[in-house]
Design a protein around this ligand. Structure first.
Ligand SMILES: *Cc1c(COP(=O)(O)O)cnc(C)c1O
Length: 458
């Protein structure tokens, strides 16, 4: 029994479940998708919350610029490039024999300063918020002060009386660890079995305590939460439930809007925007989606991407059971090379909050991720970690799958697709050591060659 029904009963209700359980690549159109004006009525967060997060990041900008010199050319604002990838678009069309109408862009969160992944948005934001709360409560600063003073020894001494604890598959730990240690906090990162060795090594080199677990993400978060609760000076960054992380991610939207305007790319009724977001527990893609919907309403269409072995958000949304179901209960092993997405049970609030807002979810096989990784290097010379490629498959799946075509028809988009902009959200990769990246690339090349041998061209 899974959440009150047998697997057979779930399967009768949702025929796609058979394909999901067979770890096939699938595309799911969300039948509960609604006009945003209607959907937003049940959402407790709003524009003011995102604005507040944006303003907090602006208050911290002088501090960030001071301690992370790589952010000086953006005056301490942590932001990533948005680039056109026409060569990759053509390669995708060829690889998967589909026509991608509109233009494909890449949002390079892989190249966010400080920690090289989307977690440099939510993760760093939540630590800064906690630091500000502590400093304000103890009369160390006032709003309006120059926060660059937080780089002083006095502040580092102050923050060293407090701890931060987080459970992670790698990248969240990296973000919390780097910013936390920089401020002076005692940071403990609990790493799941999927976490890559280089991420642990890097954190230890910064004085972060790394605890390695043999269990998967959700178990690790549970254990980290339990340990943190025993220490009153400890603050737990709760990836499964945190509104602050979510809001930190949401700030991406107004920044993206500016970037699109600077590139003369129009988004309106006749020029739809499609965004494809790799999803783990859901906070990152959920926050970005929420922010984008506040900015563009029904003109933006957000799809989440998950590994075929870890489709937790897909199962949660499709069954309507959200965090009450896990991929393991449906016979899946949650084993994937996409470490950032290796999550078996979705967030406790993201799916519920956005159940009428997310356009759909699709899954990607690890082999496809490696093929896309190598293709991205060959065509655009951009190096990403496997998780980050999940977003790039989006436009192919949308045009190739029947459910994708239905989505376009139902939303009156067919005629507008020649004016569409597609953004693959590249969620991580610039900090991957060269030898590890070379290994990924060779794996992608190997798989491509193997497939080529099976299906010789011409
Ligand atoms: C964490 C992460 C994601 C997804 O974010 P969630 O908040 O876990 O859904 C996607 N890609 C990479 C590389 C990540 O590290």
């Amino acid at each position: 029994m899974v959440s009150g029904k047998t697997i057979q009963e779930w399967g009768r209700e949702f025929p796609l479940l058979k394909n999901i359980m067979a770890t096939e690549e699938v595309f799911w159109r969300n039948p509960k998708y609604r006009a945003f004006e209607q959907a937003v009525r049940t959402i407790s967060l709003g524009e003011r919350d995102v604005k507040e997060a944006e303003e907090r990041l602006r208050r911290f900008a002088p501090y960030i610029a001071k301690v992370f010199p790589e952010t000086r050319n953006t005056n301490g604002i942590i932001e990533s490039p948005l680039v056109r990838i026409p060569n990759m678009q053509r390669r995708l069309e060829k690889m998967f024999q589909t026509n991608i109408e509109g233009e494909l862009l890449l949002k390079c969160d892989s190249h966010l300063p400080i920690s090289g992944s989307i977690k440099a948005r939510g993760g760093i934001y939540e630590v800064l918020k906690h630091a500000e709360d502590l400093a304000l409560a103890n009369g160390m600063i006032a709003i309006g002060d120059d926060y660059a003073v937080m780089a002083s020894e006095e502040f580092r001494q102050f923050f060293s009386r407090y701890s931060l604890v987080v459970g992670s598959t790698g990248n969240l730990g990296l973000s919390i660890g780097i910013i936390g240690a920089q401020l002076g906090f005692n940071v403990t990162v609990h790493m799941s079995v999927d976490a890559k060795q280089w991420k642990k090594d890097l954190l230890r080199s910064k004085g972060v305590t790394v605890i390695e677990h043999l269990t998967d993400y959700n178990k690790v978060v549970e254990e980290a939460r339990r340990q943190s609760a025993q220490d009153p000076t400890s603050y737990f960054i709760d990836d499964e439930n945190s509104i602050h992380l979510f809001l930190g991610y949401a700030v991406a939207a107004s920044r993206l809007k500016q970037q699109l305007e600077d590139m003369n790319i129009v988004v309106d009724e006749d020029h739809p925007l499609f965004v494809y977001l790799p999803c783990g527990v859901g906070g990152g893609p959920g926050g970005v989606t929420f922010g984008l919907k506040l900015v563009y309403g029904d003109h933006v269409h957000c799809f989440f991407a998950e590994p075929t072995h870890s489709p937790c958000m897909l199962l949660g949304l499709m069954t309507g059971q959200h965090d009450r179901v896990s991929v393991q209960e449906f016979g899946l092993d949650n084993k994937t090379e996409a470490d950032g997405l290796a999550v078996g049970r979705p967030s406790g609030f993201v799916g519920k909050m956005l159940e009428h807002v997310i356009s759909g979810v699709y899954t990607v096989d690890d082999q496809t991720l490696y093929r896309l990784l190598a293709a991205m290097v060959d065509t655009e010379n951009i190096r990403l970690e496997p998780s980050a490629l999940a977003g790039v498959a989006g436009p192919v799946w949308l045009f190739r799958d029947l459910a994708g075509q239905t989505y376009l028809e139902e939303n009156d988009l067919k005629e507008k697709m020649k004016n569409a902009t597609h953004i693959g959200w590249a969620t991580g990769g610039s900090m991957v050591p060269k030898d590890v990246m070379d290994g990924y690339y060779r794996e992608g090349e190997r798989i491509e060659k193997e497939l080529g041998d099976c299906f010789p061209q011409g």
